[in-house]
Design a binder for this molecule. Structure first.
Ligand SMILES: CCCCCCCCCCCCC[C@@H](O)CC(=O)SCCNC(=O)CCNC(=O)[C@H](O)C(C)(C)COP(=O)(O)OP(=O)(O)OC[C@H]1O[C@@H](n2cnc3c(N)ncnc32)[C@H](O)[C@@H]1OP(=O)(O)O
Ligand SMILES: NC(=O)c1ccc[n+]([C@@H]2O[C@H](COP(=O)([O-])OP(=O)(O)OC[C@H]3O[C@@H](n4cnc5c(N)ncnc54)[C@H](O)[C@@H]3O)[C@@H](O)[C@H]2O)c1
Length: 259
């Protein structure tokens, strides 16, 4: 799909930008003219994303580069506050597009799951999105800027999944968090939406047992896994004014899995 320069004036903060969906989102937003602040707990991976953005040919006439990498653990409140401070100091404005992709899995059956496996997943996948959403919204509201916040949940947050009681709870929480943020921030011109990907080929799904991967492929009506770019397409739409009257939505990008 030919990209458009819908995001020419936007500053986009992407967390989890060092891999998979976050890297694809960063590339797509840059292709549409956004300046990207690529954040990851793996700072080297974030820097690699920016190198790829700077190396890629942006659309004719798109503002050139100026992308930047930031290292931060979004599950840490002080680190997340410092991240937003650094982004605003670097670009003299708050990010008007905020995409939370940072996420982890610690899969185990309920009967055997440790408290630590529960805590780690909730801290990154749910508390991390709370911290980023809060810090970004505070910056936007205090500067009187409008914005679009896009939180990456999962289809597992809608239907659950064997071996993922922590992950499913975190992703279901992201949906409720985003709907509440949408209700509170609409009056400030800030839209908040969730994206629920299905089975997307990234390092996260690579780790799944092969027998489970074999099972799920037969359950997808479109008959194949998705790519990170399939998710990035929807994120770019939600980031742009083409979705200007959409907030509080949960958009499934699943090939029909668990529709
Ligand atoms: C009828 C088939 C239904 C298949 C549905 C699968 C849905 C998956 C959708 C994923 C969408 C993407 C989600 C996205 O947000 C990104 C991710 O979260 S990627 C990670 C997704 N994680 C999982 O799906 C969990 C996979 N399972 C495991 O990692 C392990 O099984 C684990 C829970 C760690 C336990 O390992 P252990 O070695 O103790 O057991 P086994 O792996 O041998 O499994 C024992 C039997 O349980 C079956 N099993 C395990 N997980 C699932 C599952 N998610 N759905 C269905 N069945 C599962 C496994 O096949 C074994 O069955 P059997 O004894 O018959 O061989
Ligand atoms: N791949 C899928 O099938 C799928 C499906 C549904 C939802 N998701 C969600 O999409 C998002 C991206 O997943 P992915 O498949 O690209 O995974 P990935 O593992 O390729 O990328 C996740 C990125 O998040 C970063 N990260 C992890 N913890 C962090 C933290 N505390 N602070 C900052 N960065 C952190 C990692 O370093 C990594 O670069 C996740 O939230 C995941 O739950 C993925």
């Amino acid at each position: 799909m030919a990209s458009q320069l819908r995001l020419r004036s936007a500053l986009a903060l992407v967390t989890g930008a060092g891999s998979g969906i976050g890297r694809a989102v960063s590339a797509r937003l840059a292709r549409e003219g956004a300046t990207v602040a690529a954040c990851d707990v793996d700072g080297t991976a974030a820097q690699e994303t920016v190198r790829l953005l700077d190396g890629s040919r942006s659309e004719e006439g798109a503002p050139g580069g100026n992308h930047a990498a930031f290292q931060a653990d979004v599950s840490e409140a002080r680190a997340t506050r410092r991240l937003l401070e650094k982004v605003q100091a670097s670009f003299s404005r708050p990010p008007s597009v905020v995409v939370s992709c940072a996420g982890i899995t610690r899969d185990e059956f309920l009967l055997h799951m440790s408290e630590d496996d529960w805590d780690q997943v909730i801290d990154v996948n749910l508390k991390g999105i709370f911290l980023v959403t809060q810090a970004a919204a505070q910056a936007l509201v205090s500067s009187g800027c409008h914005g679009s916040i896009i939180n990456i949940s999962s289809i597992v947050g809608k239907v659950g999944n064997i071996g993922q009681i922590n992950y499913a709870a975190s992703k279901a929480g992201v949906i409720g968090l985003t709907q509440t943020a949408a209700r509170e921030l609409g009056r400030h011109g800030i839209r908040c939406n969730s994206v629920l990907p299905g089975f997307i080929a990234t390092p996260m799904t690579e780790k799944m047992p092969q027998k489970v991967k074999d099972k799920v492929i037969g359950m997808i009506p479109m008959g194949h896994w998705g790519n990170p770019e399939d998710v990035a397409d929807v994120v770019a739409f939600l980031a742009s004014e083409d979705s200007g009257y959409i907030t509080g939505a949960s958009v499934e990008v699943t090939g029909g899995l668990f529709m």
